[in-house]
Ligand binder design. Structure first.
Ligand SMILES: Cc1cc2nc3c(=O)[nH]c(=O)nc-3n(C[C@H](O)[C@H](O)[C@H](O)COP(=O)(O)O)c2cc1C
Length: 369
């Protein structure tokens, strides 16, 4: 371990939209938070920070081109942190150094991915079992990254015995920002989120902490901030469901007299925009429709309490069929409010990380590369 040195102030972070207000960030989501999605989110109200989906790091890896686009071609005006996942120190440092040649706001390390395929390789959430290895990785990356170095973690692997120790390491290596998803790896996405653990991290960490996990609405964001005293919130799936959520958070944090309430017609417009933004030459229609289903899976949680939209949307196989379902469910009662919270019992499936290989065996990454 290197000796502790002066803790950097919050001002090392890029400035927020609302100085003095809590921070907001779009959570990194593999196959979701690409350039197209960041553009769409910005249209409805950008967060303070973006994080890329993870760059996989190993001996043969090179930064994936489609993820680099979300940095190099990003015109949203908001800072983008580049996230890495891996455990090989030489290659983590090599990749971080390479990424620093791009206009990144900082380098983020993934200590939370719960997919067994990932943690069995001892990367992502798997590393939470090995604080000694985390110590080495944080030390090497801190030395390699002169600017902002951030960490995103879960609260443990199958319990929280290492949690305090890992936050000590975060302090020791002068991490600039810590995002905490308040579940263990083994809890995947099933359990309640342990906001009490996030609150403990806020007390112990010397850097700002973003609270992550089930921040479902602006009202919940305010409640979670009050409970955890975190510097801000990081929002993933509920920003896919409701892209106005960052605008609503800003209005909520500023105690605005009116908080924007989208209608089903607004949601229909969002879906059209998503379709246009995610289109690129050569993308087969069927694959594009499948990609849209990933997003609509979450959107559908707030369309109707019976899940009828989700039911019909999941059965579509063409652009025409998809938009016929959208028009039928969203334009018939176009002035009806889109629920700010998901309807109870209307479940997104899958609701977590899934392999990037689509049903026809072709990876989106391959064809966008
Ligand atoms: C489809 C999907 C992909 C994800 N990919 C990543 C990733 O690349 N890196 C990461 O740190 N977390 C990833 N996560 C986890 C999210 O960043 C976030 O921690 C988690 O979804 C909990 O936040 P939420 O309740 O706001 O969605 C992913 C989650 C989902 C649903």
């Amino acid at each position: 371990m290197r000796p502790d040195s002066t803790v950097e102030p919050v001002s090392r972070l890029p400035s927020s939209h609302l100085p003095g207000q809590p921070l907001t960030a779009l959570a990194p989501m593999q196959d979701v938070t690409d350039l197209a999605f960041m553009r769409v989110i910005s249209h409805y109200g950008a967060p303070d920070y973006f994080f890329t989906e993870f760059f996989r790091v190993h001996a043969q890896s090179r930064p994936e081109k489609h993820i680099l686009r979300s940095i190099d071609e990003n015109r949203t005006g908001r800072p983008v942190f580049a996230q890495l996942i891996g455990e090989d120190i030489t290659h983590l440092v090599r990749t971080a150094t390479e990424l620093l040649r791009h206009p990144v706001a900082g380098i983020d390390l993934n200590l939370g991915c719960p997919a067994p395929k990932v943690y069995k390789k001892n990367v992502g959430g798997g590393l939470l079992r090995e604080p000694a290895k985390i110590d080495e990785i944080l030390g090497a990356l801190r030395a390699a990254v002169p600017g902002r170095f951030t960490v995103k973690m879960r609260i443990g692997f199958d319990d929280t015995v290492n949690f305090e120790r890992i936050i000590e390491l975060v302090n020791h290596h002068r991490v600039d920002l810590l995002s905490v998803h308040g579940r263990t790896v083994k809890e995947m996405y099933r359990s309640e989120v342990h906001y009490d653990a996030i609150a403990r991290a806020v007390v112990q960490a010397r850097c700002p902490v973003l609270a992550n996990g089930n921040v479902t609405s602006a009202a919940r964001a305010a409640g979670i901030l009050a409970e955890t005293r975190a510097a801000g919130v990081m929002i993933g799936r509920h920003a896919i469901r409701n892209p106005w959520i960052f605008r609503q958070c800003r209005e909520q944090f500023a105690s605005a007299p009116v908080i924007f309430r989208p209608t089903l017609a607004d949601v229909r417009e969002y879906i059209g925009r998503l379709y246009r933004e995610t289109q690129f030459p050569g993308l087969p229609e069927r694959m594009h429709v499948n990609k849209m289903k990933k997003y609509l899976n979450f959107v559908g949680q707030s369309v109707d309490p019976t899940g009828a939209f989700l039911h019909d949307m999941r059965r579509t196989e063409s652009e025409a069929a998809l938009f016929e379902v959208c028009d039928r469910h969203l334009l018939a009662e176009s002035g009806r409010e889109f629920s700010p919270e998901p309807y109870p019992g209307v479940i997104a499936r899958p609701n977590c990380e899934t392999p990037s290989v689509l049903s026809d065996g072709c990876s989106l990454e391959t064809i966008t590369a």
